[in-house]
Design a protein around this ligand. Structure first.
Ligand code: GLC
Length: 436
């Protein structure tokens, strides 16, 4: 059994840390301008102008079953969809607003279709819900709000009542957690401090403004086991490093305990569909990000930004296929796996994962070595070795390098695996060790 223990959380994360790999989906009106999901505030777009997107939103090619199939083929076990992003537009048929997909030419409850299709594929269901709302009339203007630089910003904002907005969030979370069956994850986004560069009356927003305690209590009363992230500013189940690769298991800043964490990443720089963004990650990087994350005890939530017509564009499809192709043969080193026990040190250019039961160790060859992989400290511990992708035996010897190795003394704990000179046709080949 893995010796790692993580800090206790209120929800049920057992399935989560076994499943390891999920799909984030950022979809909303911002898919139409296709210039990043923060477009409304980045370009300080007026309500009237932004209403054009509402007027014409019509994802006529949306097929949730097709999305679910692609997620499943990629090896993703859970998904998190933006039910509402910062722009405030609701992708579900909420009673508490008119600003929702059912009032656009789309006319469908998109959240409902997502839930039904993904659940049918056996994929767990998550909802992203933005705490920030750049449309709601009671949401006070602040440093990141699209109206921040309007000459009459103060006039517009001064009578806004955050309490009403907090109630609105509770009402919508109640709808989301009542009308769609069992929901596994609730992903709130996000809290921020005041920026001193802006006028004093523009406040930051955090747990007090969101009334986060009540909001979380509302959610837990409806779905006690649900996993909730920490971005309300109240610690719950999930730590969510974003758009960078953590180098070690995330630990609690006060107690130092290991925590349950999930890195969220994009295929290219944007979360929402971005037509002209060109920093798409290479197949190697995509696979390495997944391995890197699991090798230090985390999950990967990889994002897709569907087009406004409702499909995954070619680049996203290709990236998903990269995962699918690799996961088809190598998922055993990901599911039910975690950081290797400290007794096993990763050799140069490699990453390790280990099955939760402790019996299998996986060596991911980021740098494919020439002919021999030397593993100090492994002698006496390995019963059998094979490539994971094709189950072909890998011969090894112990205590001696087994090759003409001037200047390199053999040592008692050394194990050396012989590898074919030609790298197998796998983005990252994996060696599976059956431990004694
Ligand atoms: C950020 C961004 C946002 C994105 C999220 C995903 O907080 O505001 O656009 O949804 O990260 O983690």
């Amino acid at each position: 059994m893995s010796s790692y223990v993580t800090r206790k959380t209120p929800g049920n994360t057992d399935w989560f840390v076994a499943d390891r790999f999920g799909m984030f989906i950022h979809w909303g009106l911002y898919s139409m301008p296709a210039r990043h999901e923060w477009i409304k505030t980045r370009e300080k777009i007026s309500e009237e102008k932004y209403d054009k997107y509402f007027k014409y939103f019509n994802p006529d090619m949306f097929d949730a079953k097709e999305w679910a199939r692609q997620a499943k083929n990629a090896g993703m076990k859970y998904a998190v969809l933006t039910t509402k992003h910062h722009e405030g537009f609701c992708m579900f048929d909420s009673k508490f607003t008119d600003y929702k997909c059912t009032n656009t030419p789309c006319g469908r409850d998109l959240v409902r279709e997502y839930v039904d299709a993904f659940r049918a594929e056996g994929i767990r269901i998550g909802f992203y819900y933005s705490l920030i709302d750049w449309h709601h009339p009671e949401f006070p203007i602040d440093q990141i709000h699209p109206r921040r630089d309007d000459p009459d910003a103060y006039e517009k904002s001064k009578d806004r009542d955050m309490k009403k907005y907090a109630q609105y969030m509770r009402d919508q979370v109640t709808e989301l957690l009542t009308n769609y069956g069992k929901i596994d994850i609730l992903w709130f986004d996000f809290s921020y401090k005041k920026d001193p560069k802006f006028p004093d009356w523009m406040k930051g927003k955090g747990k007090d403004e969101w009334e986060a305690e009540k909001l979380i209590a509302t959610a837990r009363a409806l779905q006690p086991e649900i996993i909730i992230d920490n971005r309300t500013e109240i610690e719950q189940d999930l730590w969510t490093p974003e758009q960078y690769q953590p180098q070690k298991w995330i630990t609690h800043p006060e107690t130092g305990e290991k925590v349950v964490w999930e890195a969220c990443q994009t295929f290219s720089g944007s979360w929402g569909y971005h037509r002209d963004e060109s920093t798409w990650k290479s197949p190697e990087m995509l696979i390495q990000m997944l391995i890197n994350t699991v090798s230090i005890g985390g999950n990967l939530l990889m994002n897709v930004g569907p087009t406004s017509r409702g499909y995954f564009d070619k680049r996203a499809e290709e990236a998903l296929k990269v995962y699918g192709e690799w996961m088809k043969y190598n998922s055993r080193s990901i599911y039910n796996c975690t950081m290797a026990e400290p007794e096993f040190k990763a050799p140069f250019g490699c990453r390790l994962t280990q099955s939760n039961c402790g019996k299998r160790l996986y060596i991911h060859l980021f740098d494919y070595p020439f002919k021999f992989l030397e593993l100090p400290g492994f002698a006496g511990k390995v019963d059998y070795a094979q490539f994971l992708h094709d189950g072909s035996e890998l011969l090894f010897r112990e205590k001696t390098p087994g090759h003409f190795s001037e200047g390199q003394s053999s040592s008692d704990d050394l194990l050396v695996i012989t590898l074919p000179e030609v790298k197998p046709n796998v983005v990252v080949p994996v060696i599976e060790l059956f431990l004694k």
